[in-house]
Design a protein around this ligand. Structure first.
Ligand code: SF4
Length: 212
């Protein structure tokens, strides 16, 4: 049975004491997706973005997306963002290890975007996020991936819930609701952020080139 993760997010954020906000580690796939998600979480949580994306197999592209995320963090902390943070926005950067992704995707290279390879890709990135949250004193972990209409939010939330272990809880979300994806495009344009045209791995790049 499908769960309304947007309602779960709304219910949870309404329980938060903004004077003592929970520490949220938010896995960030890229700056454009992060824009809208940040408008939803900054007013309630002490947010740290976690850039852990071994799926972005091209190191140049990985670095480019990270640079845009750094730019977005500076915009937020410089007070130019539409929504002000409760606490300074932080960013944790991990080093690209594409081998982790290739191992997870082994045998699934021919899958289309949205198939079994993506499930393994989500598991890889959310597991990394959860482990970091667990070892660094976070209360919650979540992801910006649910803002994308190309990503299965039910699946992402199921993976996150299966990982959560006290005291680190999964932050349910479906950021594509309330026009989240279109808002992310508007905000990316407003702040002149680079928006990539493919998901991340070499297989998704190839798929995009075939369609063109
Ligand atoms: S298409 Fe995107 S989500 Fe799917 S495996 Fe590739 S990078 Fe991961």
């Amino acid at each position: 049975m499908n769960v309304n993760n947007d309602i779960l997010f709304e219910q949870f954020k309404n329980t938060v004491d903004v004077n003592n906000p929970p520490k949220l580690l938010l896995h960030a796939c890229c700056a454009p997706c992060s824009t809208y998600c940040l408008t939803r979480v900054l007013p309630y949580f002490d947010v740290t973005l976690y850039y852990s994306n071994d799926n972005i197999t091209d190191s140049g592209e990985h670095a480019k997306r990270l640079a845009e995320l750094v730019k977005l963090v500076d915009i937020v902390n410089g007070g130019q963002f539409e929504v002000q943070p409760l606490r300074k926005l932080k960013l944790v950067k991990t080093t690209l290890c594409a081998d982790n992704f290739y191992k997870a995707a082994k045998g699934l290279e021919q899958e289309r975007e949205g198939g079994a390879r993506c499930t393994e890709c989500f598991k890889l990135r959310l597991l990394e996020t959860f482990r970091y949250a667990q070892t660094h004193g976070f209360d919650l972990f979540g992801t910006t991936l649910t803002v994308s209409p190309y990503k299965n939010s039910q699946l992402l939330n199921e993976i996150g819930l299966a990982l959560q272990t006290d005291p680190v809880k999964w932050l349910s979300s479906d950021f594509k609701k309330h026009g989240g994806y279109l808002e992310s495009i508007r905000l990316s344009n407003k702040y002149s952020l680079y928006r990539q045209h493919y998901c991340g791995c070499e297989f998704s790049l190839r798929q995009m080139q075939e369609i063109k």
